[in-house]
Design a protein around this ligand. Structure first.
Ligand SMILES: [Ca+2]
Ligand SMILES: [Ca+2]
Ligand SMILES: [Ca+2]
Ligand SMILES: [Ca+2]
Length: 412
């Protein structure tokens, strides 16, 4: 795997070509309507963005040699996931190390313990789930064998309601792992954190999964700590509108600590932010079926040192960045600050490294995008206005193996 991956990089670099200016000019219309003006002006604003800067992204990422901080995480597709012994699972059940139902009191999972996850788990306000290093929480359910609506509703996930906390502090050597015995994407749900930080779809909103409330006015809201945590095989699809992600951050505040976290082979997004201010640093999204990273509804936190690596056969965008689909100009705007970002695609037709859309703002520094047909894809008038106004900026950017470095499109 190592060898193949490195060879693929070399081939990709060799095949790199940059079309941009001439292609974009061809697309421009002569009639000076609003859209063409915006496309034109945005093009002028980003004229210097050649994708040929010396951007390194997270740096040191070369094939599957990860940077020091990420050692122990796997990006190779050959990694099968965490294996849990049947005897350890039986022992967990025999000794009541099972998470199920709704908790109105705190729970502690000790270092190194194996616990079984059974169905939807909610932690109510005032409770804390504390997890020690090296602990494994494993879902045994086989969604395919119970493909009924009731079974879909009963899919395993862990949700922290507003004012509940997760305190999951693993270590580099002993991360905390959430996984499934069925080592396939979508085998279970994922983690969901509901905070009280601002969102732009009202003072509060209902979570995609479970309908619980999130959002508010507390920027510094604290949903706990996720440190050296890996979620594997998440993303069970409940319905066409409701999909679990590896970790869903619903209006999460910046009092929350999120660092050294990996989403591995989830069926939907690795990490999805619905508004909020949470910072997420040292994040790896591997083989995510939809987007490696996804934000909407006004997320305006920070993210440093992100790696998104798609599987050969799955994955939409490296980053899918939205403000709000109903009203692209809704405030507070999605407006995160990102630095040291590496996105590696799969050379699939029509895919974009970063899709800035629906009015998002962002400031991105040191961005490395490889193996996407279009490196940067900006859509909708409000998003183009953000480019023109200097509210959507890219500083130090390298595009490798992209047919198009960036492209602009107005409203339909
Ligand atoms: Ca999603
Ligand atoms: Ca998505
Ligand atoms: Ca997507
Ligand atoms: Ca999205």
């Amino acid at each position: 795997m190592k060898k193949t991956f490195k060879l693929a990089i070399v081939a990709a670099i060799a095949a790199t070509s940059f079309t941009s200016c001439s292609d974009r000019e061809d697309d421009r219309t002569v009639t000076p309507d609003v859209e063409s003006n915006l496309v034109e002006e945005a093009g002028v604003k980003w004229a210097g963005l050649t994708g040929e800067d010396n951007a390194t992204g997270v740096g040191e990422l070369n094939g599957d040699n990860l940077p020091a901080w990420a050692e122990g995480w796997a990006v190779a597709e050959s990694y099968a996931g965490t294996t849990v012994d049947a005897a350890d699972i039986q022992d967990a059940k025999d000794n009541n190390r099972v998470l199920n139902g709704t908790y109105s009191e705190s729970v502690t999972i000790n270092a190194g313990e194996v616990w079984v996850l059974e169905g939807a788990v909610h932690f109510k306000a005032g409770t804390t789930l504390t997890i020690g290093e090296g602990a494994i929480i494993v879902d045994e359910r086989d969604p395919d064998s119970e493909n009924t609506e009731a079974a879909q509703q009963a899919v395993g996930y862990i949700l922290f309601e507003q004012d509940a906390k997760i305190m999951a502090e693993g270590t580099a050597a002993n991360p905390i792992v959430f996984t499934s015995t069925k080592q396939e994407t979508g085998a279970w749900g994922g983690l969901i954190l509901n905070g009280r930080a601002p969102i732009n779809v009202g003072e509060t909103a209902q979570a995609e999964v479970s309908g619980t409330t999130y959002g508010g006015s507390n920027v510094a809201d604290n949903s706990g700590t996720l440190k050296y945590v890996r979620v594997e095989f998440t993303g069970n699809i409940i319905s066409s509108e409701k999909e679990h992600n590896g970790i869903t951050f619903n209006g999460v505040g910046n009092g929350t600590v999120v660092e050294y976290v990996q989403a591995f082979k989830g069926a939907d997004d690795g990490f999805e932010f619905f508004g909020g201010m949470v910072e997420a640093n040292y994040m790896i999204s591997t083989g995510s079926g939809d987007d490696s990273f996804d934000w909407t509804y006004g997320w305006s936190g920070k993210g440093t040192n992100w790696i998104g690596v798609q599987s050969a056969d799955a994955g939409d965008r490296g980053i899918e960045a939205d403000n709000n689909s109903n009203n692209n100009a809704l405030e507070p705007f999605s407006n995160p600050t990102l630095e040291n970002i590496t996105l590696i695609g799969r050379n699939a037709e029509g895919k974009s490294g970063v899709k800035f859309r629906e009015g998002t703002k962002a400031n991105v520094k040191n961005l490395y995008v490889m193996n996407f047909e279009t490196a940067l894809d900006v859509q909708h008038d409000v998003t183009l206005e953000n480019v023109i106004d200097g509210d959507l900026t890219i500083d130090t950017f390298k595009a490798v193996s992209a047919s198009t470095v960036f492209k602009f499109k107005g409203d339909e």
